[in-house]
Design a binder for this molecule. Structure first.
Ligand code: ADP
Ligand code: MG
Length: 314
């Protein structure tokens, strides 16, 4: 057992003929961590996850799951549930029937299957649908049945390739809720997505890839903090317009990078400085006499950081 490490990928490269789909990917997912693998379409997310789960053979590199090399596939995947290019469940079956079938494949007995099936169907919010044929299900519901299949043997490590892709907004929200729920158990999760807000919502750490290479990785909060534009935007809604004089006064304060009018009764302050300096800015805003209706603070986001990173490289 490799201390607290669930998944370790070292210098992973995969060529399809002459084309290098991913090159020199390194990532480490600690036990209990939720990591997002993010990148635009074609970045190499599926290729990376397929290599990690042994669905394709890397050109070079090392992959270990709970310390076991993926070359020892059966042993390495013992504690892993994954949904990567999993075929849709057979439409005339019900979720209950499918889980029973899969449970038998895993060598579980009838009692164990019925206990686990109930647990996982409740977890993916499909218990009420257990006896209904899948043919009548929405795409999101089918996806959740597939997720239930992966969860049935109670794996510690879960790997999902774009679990919300292709779903309608409602399906996305429901699936995210289910994924959020997985956190309450002692599990490790690695999911790929091209939706950054999904990572902010679900994951503690992130690996961003583009054109098959890692462009940033680490703790989500830390990365955002380190981001070059790291700073905040204060949007102030006022009863009366803020006078030019007051705007000039605020502009001159330490830490203030810019003040702009946005419409008649709103000013936007870009700020990067210490909390003490920020307190002085807030004080100055209140002293404008314009009557503060609202003050909204927005920090750097994963999106702003990603935009910076991808602009740089262009
Ligand atoms: N079997 C394949 N043969 C050739 N090229 C492939 C194959 N699978 C994927 N690719 C290419 O590798 C790159 C990464 O693909 P993929 O891992 O599917 O990206 P993502 O999942 O991030 O959208 C893409 O340019 C894609 O066209
Ligand atoms: Mg993909």
């Amino acid at each position: 057992m490799e201390g607290g490490t669930a998944i370790e990928v070292e210098n992973l490269t995969k060529n399809y003929g002459d084309f290098t789909a991913i090159s020199d990917i390194n990532l480490t997912v600690k036990k209990g961590e939720f990591m997002g693998l993010v990148g635009p379409n074609g970045a190499g997310k599926s290729t990376t996850l397929k290599a990690i789960t042994g669905l394709l053979k890397p050109t070079s590199g090392t992959i270990r799951i709970s310390g076991v090399d993926i070359k020892d596939h059966r042993h390495a995947m013992e504690n892993v549930g994954c949904v990567i290019e999993t075929p849709e469940p057979y439409p005339s079956f019900t979720p209950g029937e499918i889980l029973e079938y899969i449970g038998r494949m895993y060598g579980m007995d009838k009692r164990e299957i019925s206990i686990r099936a109930r647990d996982v169907l409740e977890e993916v919010k499909m218990w009420d649908w257990r006896n209904k044929p899948i043919s009548g299900f929405s795409k999101g519901m089918r996806q959740r049945v597939v997720l239930a299949q992966a969860l049935l043997p109670n794996p510690e490590i879960i790997i999902l390739d774009e679990p919300t892709s292709g779903l309608d907004p409602r399906g996305m929200v429901e699936t995210r809720r289910v994924l959020q729920n997985l956190k309450t158990k002692d599990r490790t999760l690695l999911i790929s997505t091209h939706i950054l807000s999904e990572v902010s919502e679900l994951c503690g750490s992130v690996t961003m890839i583009r054109d098959g290479k890692v462009v940033a990785s680490g703790d989500v909060a830390e990365l955002v903090h380190r981001s070059a534009k790291s700073g905040i935007t204060l949007t102030v809604g006022t009863l009366k317009p803020v006078s030019e004089e007051s705007v000039a006064g605020i502009s001159g304060l330490e830490g203030v990078k810019g003040v702009e009018h946005k419409g008649e009764n709103t000013i936007v302050i870009e700020f990067a400085g210490t909390p003490e300096q920020q307190a002085l800015v807030t004080k100055a805003v209140f002293e404008t006499g314009a009557g503060i209706l609202s003050m909204n603070e927005r920090g750097a986001t994963l999106e702003s950081m990603y935009m910076e990173l991808t602009e740089e490289g262009q």
